[in-house]
Design a protein around this ligand. Structure first.
Ligand SMILES: NC(=O)c1ccc[n+]([C@@H]2O[C@H](COP(=O)([O-])OP(=O)(O)OC[C@H]3O[C@@H](n4cnc5c(N)ncnc54)[C@H](O)[C@@H]3O)[C@@H](O)[C@H]2O)c1
Ligand SMILES: [Zn+2]
Length: 705
């Protein structure tokens, strides 16, 4: 072993001590190697590629040793592959399938037969690529989609270049859709060129192998490194990268500003079939491509590797906008975007109509996934944040492929019919159908003010559980950190953003909405929940008490609503505002002049907003909690003492006192209030606005008349 190998373009991550700890367990070593390969996005895109090993195992049916293949199963990602992500199959049965094979027009039926070859009953469903690993006689095989290798594979004269780089030690197989037949072609290539160390798959990726996990790993890295070296030597040699820059990027701040102004509009355009979540990226690599002279030539050609266009659609939409466009004149902007989106949808429909077969699945969403704004950045939209982010990653891979291929030759994309056959492949459709259905709030963005607090956090959690992405915020830094940590553990990083917010400060409001828009593309649900409370007698109330309450509760609700509505109107897909008011808006009690009247103002402001925003399909509703003592900072302070004093009881007696006061004799929990909010936005009350929902265990005095 050569411990000193140094790689420039790929990461050498193999650690001998870790590998030794597996004590020769070939399956553990396969998983280890897979995780190392999957850790570097330049080696393979998310979910792309697969690895295998073939070993002898005792057959549970006969007790005899038999050859078994472990191979990454359908779905999953190499970087996080575990044992349960592997398919385990009898080799003799897989080889036996060659006798059942009826020819390329019937190859899809072989996928079903792989299930009959399963050795381990815990096996993952075998993937379409199973045959590619089965028919090559090597113990360890890696199949990856490395940018550098695909660049060679997608170059016009990729075959000749492969010859040149590897001196005939790497085979070449022309593009063909993965399947049983391609497995046979790989074997034929090996038979024709014994002694090769791998095979380049035209327009697709790389196959490479070794006798041990380590040898396979190093062989794979070396091949990719050599491709990358060759590309690097030739980059900018005959002509500048992507033909040279056509325009300059705006500054990072200006790019963010433009993106913030534009994303809600784009979100509206792409959400015609279902609400979509956005992602913005303006990395140097993206800007190098979208600012270039070759953008108009290369982008419409579409991507090459099947994985790339399955995630990014057949081609991106280049937005008809320049860095000089102000983006403030919405009607003019909309005119431009209308025709651009219409043209894209027509292009997609024509592509579908032209290449479809008799049994093709119906046309899918004709909206673009990737949108490019020269000088500013790239927008991707998908059904959830992870998918949108991954689409951006994939287009980043595609850009590297185009760059490499153009440096060494000229880039070629997959023929449209081939692309269509992959996109609308029945096996691919079956995979989509197997995906879990979305939840009620999938694709929606919810911002709940004061969501580090008792009720606010419960609302945010409920929304996230129902599929929304949420923006956690508060002016209490410590509490916000706790909430963020909890959400990270429960929902993962793609499900939320968090930021400090003071609902009384326009600059702070501006900032949180910018964060929401850049992270997710817009806002659909605003819940005004931030609050404070002061309970004092009339004569004890100070002017500053009064101002504080009115600032946070009334002005806060007003400013947040105003800003949110600006975004919601741009999206033009309907939206919800829920204001957490209080029983105190309806019932008058002692020692409550400022808080109670501010709550009443919040209530009436909600109705006024409902009256004004109906035309935009923005619903405004109110939830009135009462006596939610659990986890409430409001109740932790002087308020509790004040209320107890007002009722002539002790603070400890309050929860029971409040429960008893209700018709249902119930204590109210933050989750009860959260459920009420969900009721308004979950889909069943879409035709309600200006309503009030009390969540108070039943308080007759608070009945709405
Ligand atoms: N708890 C109850 O019994 C009850 C009853 C009726 C109404 N409410 C209302 O429900 C809402 C939530 O109350 P809670 O019981 O969860 O209290 P809480 O104090 O636990 O939560 C309120 C959150 O708002 C935050 N906040 C305060 N000022 C802010 C500002 N300027 N900007 C941003 N965030 C700010 C606080 O830091 C806190 O985390 C309030 O509007 C309250 O008036 C509560
Ligand atoms: Zn592949």
């Amino acid at each position: 072993m050569d411990e000193t190998r140094s790689f420039k373009h790929v990461q050498y991550l193999w650690d001998d001590a870790t590998a030794a700890s597996f004590k020769g367990d070939e399956v553990a070593l396969l998983i280890y190697r897979s995780n190392l390969l999957g850790a570097d996005l330049r080696l393979t895109n998310y979910g792309g590629g697969n690895t295998s090993c073939k070993i002898q195992m005792p057959d549970p049916l006969t007790g005899n040793e038999t050859e078994v293949m472990y191979v990454k199963g359908s779905g999953g990602d190499l970087g996080t592959l575990k044992k349960n992500g592997l398919s385990v199959l009898y080799m003799d049965r897989l080889n036996g399938l060659k006798k059942r094979y009826r020819g390329i027009e019937h190859e899809d039926e072989m996928v079903e037969l792989f299930n009959h070859c399963i050795f381990d009953l815990q096996s993952k469903v075998p993937s379409i690529d199973t045959a590619l690993h089965a028919f090559l006689p090597f113990r360890h095989i890696d199949h990856l989609h490395p940018d550098a290798a695909i660049a060679v594979a997608a170059a016009k004269d990729g075959k000749r270049i492969t010859e040149e780089i590897f001196n005939g030690t790497l085979g070449w197989v022309e593009w063909q859709r993965p399947g049983f037949d391609l497995g046979l072609k790989l074997k034929a290539c090996l038979d024709a060129h014994p002694g090769i160390r791998g095979i380049m798959l035209g327009s697709h990726g790389l196959f490479s192998w070794g006798d041990t996990s380590y040898q396979s790993y190093v062989n794979t890295l070396e091949i990719i490194e050599q491709c990358a070296d060759y590309i690097e030597k030739n980059t900018g040699k005959s002509r500048p990268v992507f033909g040279g820059m056509k325009i300059n990027s705006l500054s990072p701040e200006e790019r963010k500003e433009k993106a913030t102004a534009l994303m809600p509009l784009l979100r509206g355009y792409v959400s015609t079939q279902m609400p979509m979540i956005g992602h913005f990226s303006d990395s140097t690599a993206v800007l190098e491509f979208i600012n270039s002279r070759d953008l108009e030539k290369l982008a419409p050609m579409g991507t090459s590797c099947p994985d790339h266009f399955l995630r990014t659609k057949i081609s991106p939409l280049i937005l008809p906008l320049s860095t000089n466009d102000e983006l403030k004149d919405i009607p003019t902007l909309q005119q431009k975007l209308n025709s651009a989106f219409d043209a894209y949808r027509i292009m997609y429909k024509e592509y579908y109509e032209r290449y479809k077969h008799a049994g093709s699945p119906p046309m899918r969403d004709p909206n673009p996934v990737v949108m490019l704004y020269p000088g500013v950045g790239m927008f991707t939209f998908a059904k959830d944040k992870a998918t949108a982010r991954i689409a951006a990653e994939f287009y980043g891979n595609a850009i590297q492929v185009m760059k490499g291929a153009e440096a060494i030759s000229s880039y070629t994309s997959l023929p449209r019919q081939e692309a269509f056959d992959i996109e609308y492949w029945l096996l691919e459709e079956a995979k989509l159908q197997r995906m879990p259905r979305g939840r009620p709030l999938t694709g929606r963005v919810a911002l709940i003010t004061g969501s580090a607090g008792g009720i606010g956090k419960a609302i945010a959690r409920k929304m996230a559980e129902e599929g929304a992405v949420v923006i956690l915020n508060d002016n209490d830094k410590g509490r916000l950190e706790i909430a963020s940590r909890e959400f990270g553990q429960q929902f993962g990083k793609d499900a939320f953003e968090s930021g400090l917010l003071d609902v009384t400060e326009p600059a702070s409001i501006q900032k949180i909405f910018q964060q929401a828009v850049l992270a997710f593309g817009g806002v659909d649900i605003l819940v005004n929940c931030a609050g404070i409370s002061i309970s004092k007698s009339l004569e004890e109330h100070t002017e500053s008490d009064w101002d504080k309450l009115y600032d946070v509760l009334v002005k806060g609700q007003f400013l947040m609503t105003q800003k949110a509505v600006g975004i919601m109107r741009k999206q033009n897909i309907g939206a919800d505002i829920i204001n957490i008011v209080s029983k105190n808006a309806l019932v008058s009690g002692p020692n409550n002049a400022a808080y109670g009247s501010a709550k009443a103002a919040q209530l009436h402001l909600s109705r006024l907003n409902a009256a004004e925003l109906g035309n935009d399909h923005i619903r405004v509703n109110v939830v009135n909690p009462d006596a939610v003592i659990h986890d409430s900072k409001i109740w932790a302070g002087e308020w509790a003492a004040g209320r107890a004093k007002a009722y002539g009881i002790t603070v400890e007696e309050l929860p029971a006192y409040y429960a008893k006061r209700t018709l249902l004799n119930e204590m109210i929990l933050p989750e009860d209030v959260a459920n009420a909010c969900f009721a308004f936005v979950g889909g069943l009350l879409n035709k309600s606005t200006g309503n009030v929902l009390n969540v108070d265990g039943g308080v007759a005095a608070a009945f709405v008349r």
